[in-house]
Each structure stands twice: as C-alpha cells, then as structure tokens.
Design a protein around this ligand. Structure first.
Ligand code: DHB
Ligand code: FE
Length: 280
C-alpha cells in the first residue's frame, strides 16, 4: 500500500533558482536563506521518497490566458523545465510516475474532483525551485514527481477549503494504491508578496507567522480564510498559499512540525518553509 510519509511547504521565488544556478548561495544576501534549508537538505538526502506529489502554480509559462485549468495533474513520464524568458533553468528533467498519476486521476475524478490531465507539461520555477531548495544540484532528481498545477494567477482561484478537501481526497487516493510506495506531498508558493500595482513589495510578517502556526495546528481555520484576506493581508500573490492547504489536507489531523523556517526577504517575497510528519 502506498502511504504519505511527510508534507513539505516552501516558497518558490524565481531569484532563489537564479542564486543556485549562478553559484551565489553563499553571498551575504542569500546565505541566511539557504541556511534555513540545511536541516531539510540532510533530512531529504537521508531518505528520499519514491514519489513527490508537487503542488505548484504555473506563472504563464506552460499555460497562458488562452487556457486556465483550475487543477491540472501531470500524468506524463517526464516534464521538461520551461523557458521562462531567460531560457530553461539548467536542472534535470523531472521524471514522473505515470502509473500512480493514472491512479490519482481515476480516484480523484471519481471522487468528484474534476482535474485536467496533462499528458504533456513543461514546469516552471514554481516546481523546479522547491526541488532545488530541497535536493540542491544533483545529476538527476532523486525522486519521481507528479506535478499538480493550481490556478492562482487568473481570478478566481480555488478556495482554500476546496484545496483542503482535494488534499484529503489525495490522501484517500494514495492509500488505495496497491504498490508499497513512500509518497510526500509538497505545497509551494507564498508567503506574503505582491509584485504588481501600488502595494508592490508588501510583506506581512505577523500574518505569515500566524499562518505558519495555524496550518500546523488548526488547518480547518486556515481553510476558512477567504481570498480577500489573502489579498489584503498577504498581497495579491500571497493567494498562492491556498496551495499549502492541499498538502495539509493530505496529512493526518495531527502532525508534528519537524522543521520551520521564515525569512524576509528573498526578492519581493517572505519565504516560509515547513516539514511536517503525519502522526499515527
Ligand atoms: C517573485 C515571487 C514569486 O512567487 C514569483 O512567482 C515571481 C517573483 C519575487 O519575489 O520576485
Ligand atoms: Fe509565484
């Protein structure tokens, strides 16, 4: 039987990817940020899972305004890094797990979550920066990855509650997969940031830290946060955080926070990071 062994949340700022790719991680600006991921790097190297279900958002790289799926599941055997305007990041091709992805598609759609199925999908910094933060610069990624792209770019994104319930459905789907696989679910994006308009540069440390507390201990309360609160308190791009609720819904009610990190700023963004272990 497949089982979910951990949940992980992290911001996905593109400049973090640049810092890694250009060898700047020990520069004064970046060193404190990367120090916050050292614990995770050792934890991840010690026991990579068989598969990561990686919840992220595309930033008009693979999708554009001609086509906006709310939830899109990557069912392909592999996923190429996107050209985001500066060429694709020099990172390994992401290897998928088509068998588990097909099972997720069947289980989730019959569970009434009408996903878009992506038999071809290029992946941008939303997916590759979290992989780089956790696994560094390997020749090949140590785990297979099933991308789950969520629309948080074009209004209206899904509600936090819908994301939380999708996470619970992912938990049921993984538990009904017959092969003995260790699966992690990652929720990415956030924390507070706004990269457009009059409030560009907005950061709200107090709100972010309350979010970090509550996503661990009271996720149902976080699931009830309306879009307008994300926009007002965490900025227009802060709404990316609804994706963390898919990860949280996929875990047990009780979780232990193995690692927590918060840092301001990276580029225009407050960086938040959690590693969560489900409790029996
Ligand atoms: C930044 C953050 C993001 O989440 C993103 O997708 C693009 C840019 C930033 O802080 O620069
Ligand atoms: Fe983003």
């Amino acid at each position: 039987m497949a089982r979910i062994t951990a949940g992980l949340a992290t911001s996905h700022v593109p400049a973090i990817g640049m810092a890694i790719d250009l060898g700047k991680t020990q520069d004064a600006y970046w060193q404190p940020l990367f120090a916050g991921y050292e614990w995770t790097r050792s934890w991840a190297d010690a026991a990579p899972p068989d598969v990561v279900i990686l919840v992220y958002n595309d930033h008009a790289s693979a999708f554009d305004l001609t086509m906006i799926p709310t939830f899109a599941l990557g069912t392909a055997a592999s996923f190429q890094p996107c050209d985001e305007g500066y060429g694709p990041r020099p990172v390994p091709v992401v290897q998928g797990h088509p068998e588990l992805a097909a099972h997720l598609a069947q289980s989730l759609i019959l569970d009434e979550f009408d996903l878009t199925l992506m038999n071809q999908l290029d992946v941008d910094h939303g997916l590759t920066v979290p992989l780089s933060l956790v696994y560094g610069q390997p020749e090949a990624w140590p785990t297979k990855v099933i991308p789950l792209a969520v629309n948080v770019v074009q209004y209206p994104p899904p509600t936090g509650n819908r994301c939380f319930n999708l996470g619970k459905a992912i938990r049921r789907a993984v538990a009904s997969y017959p092969e003995d696989l260790s699966v992690q679910v990652w929720g990415t994006g956030g924390m507070s940031h706004q990269i457009q308009g009059a409030r560009a540069g907005l950061i709200n440390q107090e709100w972010d830290n309350r979010f970090l507390d509550a996503i661990v201990s009271d996720p149902a309360a976080v699931a009830a946060i309306p879009h307008i609160e994300y926009l007002r308190e965490a900025g227009s791009e802060g709404v990316e955080m609804v994706m963390w609720l898919i990860m949280r819904g996929a875990l047990s009610d009780d979780v232990e926070a193995l690692h927590r990190f918060y840092h301001v700023p990276a580029s225009n963004t407050a960086v938040g990071h959690l590693v969560l272990q489900p409790q029996p």
